[in-house]
Design a protein around this ligand. Structure first.
Ligand code: GLA
Length: 396
């Protein structure tokens, strides 16, 4: 099926750009985070899975000195003479992601060659499933066109593109999982050491992402505010606890004994981060002993903490979580990603999926007047080149 889509993509590429000499296709997945939200920029742990929803870029060298990027979803073509790339500035446009990546690659010593790129994404935008990182990573691979780079450097470079060029002070989770995703596994990432391990999920459960179809405007500014509040918490804890450089360094029991020293809002932000980091470890342990009830309970605790302490949820996400928890066969549910809209992730029995889909869709539509999109979360491989895409026949 996927191969068929790629071979259709080459037809589209020829239609758009003419010749397709040297064409290669690169893919980078979106993600759903199972637990560990807003912990990455606090150097804690996260537990995402890479999805089979991915961004693909077909790329071929061009001969006229230009870089052209066509976004199929937007029906929009951008073009620049390659010699002007270093001078480009943020345009508050989707092309900021690939251009930011091009800048980082140039800084790392990789020349950007004239090329034509066709972008096709199946990661729904604004869904909190990390369409930005999927675009960054697939763009980087398309620009590299087979030149090698250490995967961790690639993840950091794409994260820097988002921080420095796009202006979003994100953590490393999204870019990391898009590169290190693993089929059939979740990936526990230590955002301080930047090491990871694959976590096999127990049999008899499945994860669904439910898209609230909203993205509230304050998402970006609130994210920056939370990053700053966490830095403030560290600063205020430092005089009382030696060696603290991030909230990762504060254990839940240390927090208990010094929380009275913090102003109310900062205290709640820090409490979310510190307890959430602990929940990742507890969830992985519960997963390893197939304690489904405990995994579900931890997801709900995570959501409540994001809702009340970190205050990054919204009425649509709270509704989806609360409604999901009333459906037979559901173990747990929580918002996933940055918040203020986007998706929830729900853990449930596979046989409950049809009833769940129907009930949640009807309930959400009657409350908010929109039908939510629902995605099965199949843990998939990380980014890479799509080989042999031309030999696979197109679907009927
Ligand atoms: C966004 C950011 C990530 C992470 C999540 C919240 O997706 O890009 O780095 O901080 O929000 O967990």
């Amino acid at each position: 099926m996927a191969g068929g889509a790629y071979s259709l993509m080459t037809g589209e590429f020829r239609k758009r750009f003419g010749a397709a000499e040297g064409l290669r296709v690169f893919r980078a997945p979106g993600r759903v985070n199972l637990i560990g939200e807003h912990t990455d920029y606090n150097l804690g742990f996260v537990l995402p899975v890479a999805l089979d929803l991915a961004t693909c870029i077909a790329a071929a060298p061009s001969t006229d000195g230009k870089l052209r990027i066509y976004s199929e979803d937007r029906g929009e073509m951008c073009e620049w003479p390659v010699c002007e790339l270093p001078r480009l500035e943020r345009a508050r446009h989707w092309s900021d992601y690939p251009i930011g990546v091009a800048h980082q690659l140039m800084e790392a010593g990789f020349a950007i060659a004239p090329a034509n790129l066709l972008v096709r994404s199946r990661v729904p935008e604004g869904s909190g499933l990390s369409s930005s990182a999927a675009l960054e990573v697939s763009s980087a691979l398309a620009f590299l066109h087979g030149r090698s780079i250490a995967p961790l450097n690639l993840a950091r470079l794409c994260q820097r593109a988002e921080i420095e060029f796009v202006g979003m002070p994100c953590g490393i989770m999204d870019q990391y999982i898009s590169i290190f995703g693993r089929e059939h596994s979740a990936v526990e990432i230590d955002c301080r050491s930047l090491e990871h391990r694959d976590v096999r999920l127990p049999a008899g459960i499945t994860f669904l992402a439910v898209n609230s179809m909203v993205k509230h405007a304050l998402a970006g500014s609130a994210y920056r505010e939370r990053v700053a509040e966490c830095a403030a918490a560290v600063e205020q804890i430092q005089p009382h606890l030696a060696g603290v450089t991030s909230l990762r360094d504060v254990s839940p029991s240390q927090f208990e004994s010094l929380q009275h020293l913090l102003p109310e809002v900062i205290k709640r932000r820090a409490r979310h981060v510190i307890t959430e980091i602990a929940r990742v470890g507890a969830f992985v342990a519960a997963s390893e002993r197939a304690d489904l009830a405990h995994m579900g309970a931890l997801m709900v605790e995570s959501h409540r903490s994001l809702q009340h302490d970190y205050e990054v949820s919204c009425s649509e996400l709270d509704f989806l979580v609360d409604r999901a928890l009333r459906i037979q066969g559901v173990f747990g549910s929580r918002m996933t990603g940055g918040g203020f809209g986007g998706c929830t992730v729900t853990m449930l029995r596979p046989e409950s999926v049809p009833v769940f889909q129907q009930e949640i869709a009807e309930a959400y539509a009657s409350q908010f007047g929109v039908t939510p999109a629902i995605y099965q979360c199949h843990p998939s491989a990380g980014a890479g080149e799509v080989n042999n895409f031309e030999t696979i026949p197109a679907p009927d």
